[in-house]
Every structure is written in structure tokens, then in C-alpha cells.
Design a binder for this molecule. Structure first.
Ligand SMILES: Cc1cc2nc3c(=O)[nH]c(=O)nc-3n(C[C@H](O)[C@H](O)[C@H](O)COP(=O)(O)OP(=O)(O)OC[C@H]3O[C@@H](n4cnc5c(N)ncnc54)[C@H](O)[C@@H]3O)c2cc1C
Ligand SMILES: *[C@@H]1O[C@H](CO)[C@@H](O)[C@H](O)[C@H]1NC(C)=O
Ligand SMILES: *[C@@H]1O[C@H](CO)[C@@H](O)[C@H](O)[C@H]1NC(C)=O
Ligand SMILES: *[C@@H]1O[C@H](CO)[C@@H](O)[C@H](O)[C@H]1NC(C)=O
Ligand SMILES: *[C@@H]1O[C@H](CO)[C@@H](O)[C@H](O)[C@H]1NC(C)=O
Ligand SMILES: *[C@@H]1O[C@H](CO)[C@@H](O)[C@H](O)[C@H]1NC(C)=O
Ligand SMILES: *[C@@H]1O[C@H](CO)[C@@H](O)[C@H](O)[C@H]1NC(C)=O
Ligand SMILES: *[C@@H]1O[C@H](CO)[C@@H](O)[C@H](O)[C@H]1NC(C)=O
Ligand SMILES: *[C@@H]1O[C@H](CO)[C@@H](O)[C@H](O)[C@H]1NC(C)=O
Ligand SMILES: *[C@@H]1O[C@H](CO)[C@@H](O)[C@H](O)[C@H]1NC(C)=O
Ligand SMILES: *[C@@H]1O[C@H](CO)[C@@H](O)[C@H](O)[C@H]1NC(C)=O
Ligand SMILES: *[C@@H]1O[C@H](CO)[C@@H](O)[C@H](O)[C@H]1NC(C)=O
Length: 565
């Protein structure tokens, strides 16, 4: 085994090593039909694919056209990613995209379809042995690996041109344990849910609800809660009361790059467990499943408001939400507050309907004065809330888009100068950059549980908002146009950082070109994370953009990423 890894050390330094045909054949034979090759998802619509004439398949193409903006369609297909730029090689603009605004626009398929960033080879992972074989194959041949669960990643970390991809979507186990004891431990927890690395949030929510339980997860149908979501932090609009994903996970099962299938919890491999609670996906191994603490099914108060934006009403709205947010935080509200199609969808597990109505009165009065709509209601469960609100409000995929975001410290909301700085920064985002702040109230503001047992930046513990914004571009954008959108996101990030210099950023939803990313994503925990990375992945068989211990932007693996300048 050791000699394999010494070989890997030599080979991984040779950029883009290519296994021989014989290597591939042996690998395929060992996998019982689970090694596949793939073309880009829109290939059936194109007459030229990867330089060859191809026959357009009208039926398959129609299915892609119809599913292009659907999270369920995309997460169920290996070569589809939520953000279409991660199907393209941005530095060369090689791509195979449809026009998102009109998927039957013939101009899109009039250009050749190129493989782009999508790795041609993938393993439909069925268990730990497949992953062990893949690590051994990477060690032997020097090919680099990538891991995809749902393809939600904003930073291209669930793919990589020329890699062997490990697709975990088929790990769909879901089970409920009334009294859960972490393996090797003597502590027990009431009600835990164990889910495979491929389980989409909507299946997790339904399963929990069927068992009269509530689980904390993301604001979308198909995120993999056991994948990058939890390993990067995992916020929810229930996090203010119930904590982040990293606060609620009790155990992982994982194959580390040394080929070992391990359990990680606070008793067994506690260093690895700590690292997996915030250190990021694709860094310490391939997770097979995770176990989360669940809560009983709970009633939620919901406040949903919307109104039409005018030139004169958006600044007073910003001021109002800044003024109200600290009080709302102390009362247990989480939610999403919008400024483009302005309004909010907030939830609260602590208040009664009467208290909730009273709590949001100022906002409701404002919105009613704009002739907008206001609903304050009690729903019986997270599942009921998810079905009624999230399905229509979640970010719609199938576009090219990138994010800016920053954790906004609660302290800013406690002084007039802090509130004024925040409000004027938001106005500058809109007026100067055309970026509409999207406020995710999902920090563990009231939750005082696990703090130093996770590896996310401690800035989460002092934060009240995760303030985000998005830029996007068309299917046929030129390289300079794409670069400009990344620059806008980067400049806005800097602007918000200037009013919150000691805070941090969210690994999963930050600026692609985040400066000083080690400090911003992990703060004082970075050096300990790096030591754990070196322990479990000494030859860097796993690597990803701005991940712990990454090889850096100059590494050949990142040839498809644009440089900002
Ligand atoms: C529409 C939308 C809504 C979102 N809402 C929220 C939200 O409410 N809260 C929140 O916190 N975040 C949210 N996010 C961000 C989300 O947390 C990240 O996109 C996250 O990376 C998704 O993880 P995934 O595994 O589903 O995605 P993928 O793109 O499949 O993977 C993400 C990363 O994790 C790695 N990875 C995946 N599976 C494994 C595995 N089994 N083992 C090891 N590494 C693995 C991948 O290699 C990659 O680096 C949202 C994103 C989108 C697109
Ligand atoms: C593709 O088809 C065109 C005609 O439609 C033909 O001229 C061309 O030679 C073909 N190219 C290849 C590589 O087969
Ligand atoms: C989409 O493009 C097709 C082909 O050009 C056109 O016929 C159709 O009207 C367009 N649809 C919309 C909604 O613009
Ligand atoms: C997923 O696993 C099932 C069997 O459990 C198998 O039939 C199916 O083909 C697998 N899907 C993929 C995409 O590999
Ligand atoms: C668990 O084991 C530790 C170490 O042996 C011990 O100190 C602790 O009291 C035990 N806890 C419980 C709940 O039994
Ligand atoms: C859920 O609760 C209902 C009502 O209390 C009960 O009838 C049902 O058996 C419970 N289901 C489960 C799976 O515990
Ligand atoms: C709201 O509607 C009323 C009655 O139609 C109208 O007089 C008023 O101008 C509207 N207000 C706004 C802000 O649109
Ligand atoms: C908001 O705009 C929509 C679309 O223009 C319009 O139908 C609606 O009446 C407007 N609502 C208010 C309150 O002005
Ligand atoms: C967390 O911090 C407390 C107080 O500083 C310390 O006693 C405890 O050992 C820490 N726990 C871990 C797991 O680091
Ligand atoms: C992209 O396509 C649209 C039509 O679908 C066109 O209006 C626009 O000019 C094109 N942009 C570029 C950069 O080619
Ligand atoms: C971003 O900021 C840099 C440095 O201040 C500036 O040169 C550049 O023009 C800005 N780019 C955009 C797109 O705003
Ligand atoms: C991680 O950071 C927290 C907060 O500063 C600190 O309490 C903890 O000791 C750090 N953990 C490690 C392992 O460095």
C-alpha cells in the first residue's frame, strides 16, 4: 500500500496524468458496471459534440429543454450542475449550454457542444469499496478526483475537467434511530436520522415528517445535507434557534484518502469529526452517510410579505429591516429578506401566533402602506412550511451565477453608527453595483450549543445575518463579460468586509475570489484543520478551490477558472 502512495506523490505532481486504456479497463472491470462516461447534459440538442458530427435527439433534447431550470432534473443527472458555468471551461469558454431564458433558442445549439468542465469519467458510487478502489486508482495513475453529490456548489468544487468523479447521488439510505449512541461512545441522543450522501433535502424533510420529527437543512429541494452543505457549515432559517448543520451532526461514515473506511464522531476519530464539522467538503475524504440530531415536529409561525419596489420605497425598507433585525433575532426569527422583489419569508419556532403578529407589526404596516401582501400564520410543521413557501422561493438553477456574501456581526445592529454603516453599504451595493442584498437570517444567534466543537469560523457565533448578493450572465457571454460579473461580486464583498473586518465568510456561499480565504472561512481554526488534512490525506489526493490545504490557483487542476484581472 505504501509504495502506491509514494508513486502517487510523484504522479500527482505531474499535471493531468492520464491513465492508460489498460488502467481504465482494469478499473472498470473492478466496478461491476459502475464506471461510466458522460457527455454534457445538453449534448442531445447539438449537431456537433466534442468535435464530431452528432445526431440531434429531439426527444432527449426536449427533456433537457423542459428540465433546464429544475433542481430535481439537474440533481438526478450526473453531468448537470445547478450553476451552468460549472459545466463550462470558463478560461476557454468551451461549453454546451442552452439559453436559460428560452431553452429552445436555436442560437445556443448553433455552436459546437464542448465537454467543458464536466469530467468524462465517473463512478456511480454504491458503497465504501468503490471509493477505496477510486483512491487506489488515483494513487496508481495520478488522475485527480472530484466528488459530486447534488451539484449545488457555487465554486466548481463538485467537478473538475479531466478528473475521475465520484457521484454519490445513489447513496439514498434514510433511517430513524429513536435512541442514538455514536459508535464507540457512551452518550445517547433521542431521535437521530441517518442519511446517505446522496439524499436530497426534500426526501430528508419528508422522511423526518413521516416520523413526526423536524430536521435542520437547507432552503432548497435537492441539496445533499450529508455532502458539502454540512461539511461547510450548513445554515437553515431554523439555525437561529436550533444551530447550524455542523452543530447538529452526530456522526459521519467516511472513506479517507488513505483508503480506510472510518467512523467519525466525538468518541471515535474526534479530530476528523471536528474537521468535518466545518472544514469543507472534498477535503478529508468521501462521506458515505451522516447522522443528525432531530427534534420533535414543531409548529412554526410564518411571516411572509412582498411588495413592488419603487425608486422611493427600497431605502426605507432597508432601514426598517436593519432597525428591526436585532429584536427579531432575540425573539428567535430566522428567514430570508429580499430587496429586489422586496419582502421577506420569516419563521419562528418560539412565539405564539399573537406574539409573532405583534413582533412583525412595523414591517407589516410598511408593506401594507405599499399595497403589498402580508401573511402571518401558524403552520403545523417544517414540512408544511417547506411545501407552501420554499418550493416557490428557492433559488432557481440552470443559470450562470455567482455569489458575494459575508457574515454580518450582531454588534453592528446595536449602535446607530453600525446600523447606518450597514444601511448605506446596502444602498451602495444596489446603486453602484446593481447587486441586490439577499439577507439570510440563519446564523446560530440564540443557539449556544457546540461552539468550539466545530471548525467553522467563530464569526458564525457572533453573526446575525449572512448577507449575500448574486451576479449572473447569459449563456453566450464573452470571457470579459463573465470576468466583469466575478469582479462585481468580488468588489461588493470587499465593500461589506470594510464594515465588518473582524467577521468571516461562509465557505459554501462566499466570493469565488475571497481574499485571505483561510482567515475568512475558518479564522483561528485554519492551522488545526491543515494539520488534520495532512494527517488523513498526506498526498493530497483530494483538492478543491480555496479548500483547506489546496494546491493553489496556479495548479493545473484550476486551468478552467478565470483569473480576476
Ligand atoms: C439553490 C441553492 C440553495 C442553497 N441554500 C442553502 C441554504 O439554505 N443553506 C446553506 O447552508 N447553503 C445553501 N446553499 C449552498 C450549499 O450549502 C452548497 O452549495 C453546498 O456545497 C451544497 O452541497 P452538495 O453536496 O449538495 O453540493 P455538491 O455541489 O454536490 O458538493 C459540494 C461540495 O461538497 C463536496 N461533496 C459532496 N458530497 C460529498 C461527499 N459525500 N463527501 C465529501 N465531499 C462531498 C463536493 O466535492 C463539493 O466540494 C444553497 C445552494 C443552492 C444552489
Ligand atoms: C460533418 O457533417 C458535414 C455535413 O453535414 C460534413 O461536411 C463534415 O465533413 C462532417 N464532419 C465530420 C468530422 O464527419
Ligand atoms: C424561443 O425561441 C424560439 C425559436 O427562436 C421561438 O420560436 C420562441 O417564440 C421563443 N420563445 C420565447 C418565449 O421567446
Ligand atoms: C442506483 O442503484 C440502483 C440499485 O440500488 C441501480 O439500479 C441504479 O442503476 C443506480 N443508479 C445509478 C445512476 O447508478
Ligand atoms: C463516558 O465515558 C467517560 C470516559 O470514560 C466518562 O468520564 C463519562 O462519565 C461517561 N459518560 C456517561 C454519560 O456515561
Ligand atoms: C406520529 O404522531 C401521530 C399522532 O400523534 C401518531 O398517530 C403516529 O403514530 C406517529 N407516527 C410515528 C411514525 O411515530
Ligand atoms: C395603494 O392603493 C391605493 C388605493 O388604490 C392608492 O390610492 C395608493 O396610491 C396606493 N399606494 C401605493 C404606495 O401604491
Ligand atoms: C405590482 O406589480 C404587478 C406587476 O406589475 C402588478 O400586477 C401589481 O398590481 C402591483 N402591486 C401593487 C401593490 O402595486
Ligand atoms: C471548549 O472550550 C472550553 C472552554 O474554553 C474548554 O473547556 C473545552 O475543552 C473546549 N472543548 C473542545 C472540544 O475544544
Ligand atoms: C446572446 O444572445 C442574444 C440572443 O439570444 C443576443 O441578443 C446577444 O447579443 C448575444 N450576446 C452575445 C455576447 O453574443
Ligand atoms: C472593482 O474594483 C477595482 C479596484 O477598485 C476596480 O478597478 C474595478 O473597476 C472594479 N470592477 C468593477 C466591475 O466594478
Ligand atoms: C477553533 O476556534 C475556536 C474559537 O476561536 C476556539 O475556541 C477553538 O479552540 C479552535 N479550535 C481549534 C482546534 O483550534
Amino acid at each position: 500500500m505504501l509504495s502506491n502512495y509514494l508513486a502517487a506523490l510523484i504522479l500527482v505532481t505531474q499535471a493531468l496524468a492520464r491513465p492508460s486504456a489498460k488502467d481504465w479497463q482494469e478499473f472498470a472491470d473492478s466496478l461491476d458496471g459502475r464506471l461510466h462516461t458522460a457527455l454534457p447534459v445538453a449534448a442531445p440538442c447539438f449537431p456537433i459534440v466534442n468535435g464530431h458530427n452528432s445526431t440531434v435527439d429531439p426527444e432527449a433534447c426536449a427533456a433537457v429543454q423542459a428540465g433546464y431550470g429544475s433542481a430535481e432534473f439537474r440533481s438526478a443527472r450526473y453531468p448537470a450542475y445547478m450553476w451552468t458555468q460549472w459545466e463550462t471551461c470558463q478560461r476557454t469558454n468551451e461549453k454546451c449550454l442552452l439559453d436559460t431564458t428560452n431553452t429552445s433558442n436555436p442560437l445556443a445549439s448553433a455552436v459546437p457542444c464542448e465537454q467543458g468542465y464536466v469530467s468524462k469519467y465517473y463512478v456511480a458510487v454504491s458503497g465504501p469499496e468503490d471509493i477505496q478502489k477510486a483512491f487506489a486508482f488515483a494513487a496508481k495513475t495520478g488522475i485527480h478526483l472530484s466528488i459530486k453529490a447534488s451539484g449545488h456548489d457555487y465554486k466548481g468544487r463538485s467537478g473538475s475537467k479531466g478528473s475521475l468523479n465520484l457521484w454519490t447521488r445513489n447513496l439514498t439510505k434514510l433511517s430513524h434511530t429513536p435512541v442514538f449512541v455514536p459508535e464507540g461512545g457512551n452518550q445517547s441522543f433521542l431521535h437521530a436520522i441517518t442519511l446517505g450522501a446522496g439524499v436530497p433535502t426534500e426526501d430528508l424533510y419528508k422522511f423526518a415528517d413521516d416520523n413526526n420529527l423536524t430536521v435542520v437543512g437547507g432552503y432548497a429541494q435537492t441539496i445533499a445535507a450529508s455532502g458539502g452543505w454540512v461539511m461547510g457549515g450548513g445554515h437553515s432559517i431554523l439555525s437561529p434557534v436550533l444551530g447550524l448543520g455542523v452543530d447538529r451532526v452526530l456522526q459521519f461514515k467516511i472513506v479517507t484518502p488513505d483508503g480506510k473506511y472510518r467512523v467519525a464522531n466525538s468518541f471515535t476519530n474526534p479530530d476528523l469529526f471536528w474537521a468535518l464539522r466545518g472544514g469543507g467538503g472534498s477535503t478529508f475524504g468521501v462521506v458515505l452517510e451522516s447522522t443528525f440530531l432531530a427534534e420533535p415536529r414543531m409548529k412554526l409561525q410564518v411571516a411572509a410579505m412582498s411588495f413592488n419596489r419603487t425608486a422611493t420605497n427600497y431605502q426605507p425598507w432597508l432601514k426598517l429591516v436593519v432597525d428591526e433585525s436585532y429584536k427579531w433575532g432575540t425573539e428567535g426569527w430566522g428567514g430570508h429578506i429580499r430587496t429586489n422583489a422586496p419582502g421577506l419569508i420569516n419563521v419562528n419556532p418560539l412565539l405564539t401566533l399573537e406574539e409573532a403578529t405583534e413582533s412583525v407589526m412595523n414591517a407589516a404596516d410598511f408593506v401594507r402602506a405599499q399595497n403589498g401582501s402580508v401573511v402571518v400564520e401558524e403552520l403545523p410543521s417544517w414540512q408544511a412550511f417547506f411545501a407552501k413557501y420554499v418550493l416557490t422561493a428557492e433559488a432557481r438553477p440552470g443559470v450562470a451565477a455567482t455569489l458575494t456574501s459575508r457574515i454580518i456581526p450582531a454588534a453592528l445592529f446595536t449602535t446607530e453608527s453600525g446600523k447606518a454603516a450597514l444601511t448605506s453599504t446596502m444602498i451602495q451595493m444596489i446603486d453602484q453595483y446593481g447587486v441586490n442584498p439577499y439577507i439570510q437570517v440563519g446564523t446560530p444567534f440564540l443557539f449556544k450549543g457546540s461552539a468550539n466543537t466545530t471548525s467553522v469560523t467563530p464569526a458564525w457565533r457572533d453573526g446575525l445575518w449572512l448577507m449575500a448578493g448574486q451576479t449572473s450572465w447569459q449563456f453566450n457571454a464573452t470571457i470579459p463579460e463573465i470576468r466583469t460579473q466575478f469582479q462585481i461580486a468580488h468588489n461588493v464583498t470587499q465593500l461589506v468586509q470594510d464594515i465588518s473586518p473582524a467577521s468571516g465568510a461562509y465557505f459554501n456561499e462566499g466570493d469565488l475570489y475571497q481574499t485571505n480565504h483561510e482567515e475568512n472561512f475558518w479564522g483561528p481554526n485554519y492551522s488545526a484543520l491543515l494539520a488534520i488534512k495532512k494527517k488523513y490525506d498526506p498526498y493530497s489526493l483530494l483538492d478543491c478551490w480555496q479548500c483547506v490545504g489546496w494546491k493553489g490557483a496556479q495548479n493545473a487542476r484550476y486551468d478552467c477558472y478565470l483569473s480576476l484581472e
